[in-house]
Design a binder for this molecule. Structure first.
Ligand code: FMN
Length: 442
């Protein structure tokens, strides 16, 4: 009886909460209808449709990327980003890396790789590559999609990326080339450009070498924003996953960059697992924080607090039931729309599978989901069949923040900071002229 009642409530899209939430709910469903139809319209408009979403801009600009969701291949696709945007209105969202050659060779099929619904602003396109002509063409083609920033991947250690055609983390060996590449990208698009890199690669891992990279790239190109994954990459012998856990995190390198390059913007990335760590890093002076795995593996608890704890908005009143209702409408409206029977229910459900991370009923729900994915042909039927395993209290609760505030990983870093960076030019001039020491402020 109870199960039946809950199914009824889900299928009629009526939330269990009271007054104000009903109002919020009907507004959000209304918005979503517009959203889905805009996405469809945009998909068929070959990148030329109006895609601006102005509503969140202040003085013509989005709030800064104090919090961003990292680029993650196979994870941060359109469907995950749709879910992330339902949970946080403010987080900056990165795409998966799109290889420049893919953009160039698929120029008649670009929506498949580059289209996104306007609500996903602010959104950053990450590209990968090492051929200047292709990076130029890719930036020019991507420009039509109005990304808010174009980012170059200089941190991926995967053999497929780093070993093939010399890009990803391997690019850190050649800062001058990265400077040229960033200059080329910036010339061919209107969006600001940024670099995502490691703190070093193989034995090129001293703080000074990191600074040489940042200094060279920022002086040869308009790059003013660096995203620093605070562990080095080892190109031989470690898998990509091991390269995200085995090399130790050195947050002190990140904070030293803030000290030594006061004119640049730096985003801290690596090993951050909860919103309190994000807030703590910002209290210690971090400009911005990027979170990868925790935002995918535990989206509700990671993203549910971003707007309030990081951007100062009122706490969220959205429940997971409401998020799922909106996601269901989105999913069913785009099912199989690309003509190749894609996306299918399995692809749409994938980002939802972590929504109940650590909650009662999660294990049973996942098992039921596994079975349901064999026969459900719509998101609606999938959710109706499976959600009975999740208690109402979980479905209808808003994000809760219980952990005490602590500066944990980011206190007492002062003693660990490497000595200040001096660029080679300044060292020469110091030697030649015995000039008073100055810091590089590239
Ligand atoms: C599945 C997966 C795919 C990733 N793909 C990319 C990528 O395409 N480009 C990139 O710069 N980093 C990629 N990363 C690395 C993340 O962006 C991030 O730097 C890394 O996970 C460390 O952050 P975290 O500790 O918050 O997860 C990937 C990470 C994961 C887990």
């Amino acid at each position: 009886m109870m199960k039946y009642a809950r199914h009824n409530l889900l299928s009629s899209l009526v939330p269990l909460q009271q007054g104000s939430l009903n109002h919020h709910h009907s507004q959000s469903i209304g918005r979503l209808r517009t959203f889905s139809s805009q996405f469809r319209r945009f998909n068929s408009s070959n990148g030329k449709g109006p895609i601006f979403s102005e509503k969140d801009k202040v003085n013509g600009q989005y709030p800064p990327p104090w919090f961003s969701v990292a680029p993650m291949m196979d994870w941060t696709d359109n469907h995950y980003r749709f879910l992330a945007r339902l949970i946080s209105k403010r987080a900056w969202l990165f795409t998966e890396m799109v290889v420049a050659e893919t953009i160039v060779h698929q120029k008649d099929n670009l929506d498949r790789f580059l289209a996104f619904p306007p609500e996903q602003h602010p959104i950053v396109l990450q590209i990968g590559g090492s051929n200047l002509d292709n990076l130029a063409k890719a930036a020019e083609l991507a420009n039509a999609y109005d990304y808010d920033e174009i980012n170059l991947n200089c941190g991926c250690p995967s053999g497929k990326v780093a070993g093939h055609g010399c890009f990803g983390a391997r690019l850190m060996f050649d800062p001058k080339f990265v400077g040229d590449a960033m200059s080329t990208i910036a010339t061919n698009c209107d969006a600001p450009v940024s670099v995502k890199c490691r703190i070093g690669v193989d034995d090129r891992d001293s703080y000074n070498e990191l600074c040489e990279f940042v200094y060279t790239v920022s002086s040869k190109s308009p790059t003013k924003h660096f995203i620093i994954h605070a562990r080095k990459a080892l190109l031989n012998g470690l898998s990509p996953a091991e390269n995200r856990t085995i090399p130790p995190l050195k947050y002190e390198y990140y904070f030293a960059l803030l000290r030594d390059f006061p004119d640049l913007q730096f985003t801290l990335n690596g090993g951050i697992t909860c919103i309190d760590q994000v807030a703590a890093a910002r209290r210690q002076g971090a400009h911005n924080v990027m979170v990868g795995r925790a935002a995918y593996n535990n989206p509700w608890h990671m993203l549910g607090h971003v707007d309030s704890a990081i951007y100062g908005l009122p706490p969220s009143v959205l429940s997971r039931r409401q998020v799922l209702e909106q996601f269901q409408i989105y999913g069913d409206s785009i099912l199989k729309e690309d003509g190749r029977k894609k996306p299918n229910v399995r692809q749409l459900v994938k980002p939802l599978l972590n929504l109940f991370h650590g909650e009662r009923g999660n294990g049973l729900w996942k098992r039921k989901a596994d079975t349901a994915l064999h026969h459900c042909t719509t998101m609606k039927s999938f959710l109706e069949e499976t959600l009975s395993e999740i208690p109402d209290t979980v479905l209808d609760s808003v994000p809760e923040r219980n952990t005490p505030e602590s500066d944990g990983d980011f206190v007492d870093l002062d003693g660990l900071l490497p000595p200040p960076y001096r660029c080679e030019q300044q060292l020469h001039s110091l030697n030649d002229q015995k000039a008073s020491p100055l810091l590089c402020t590239a």
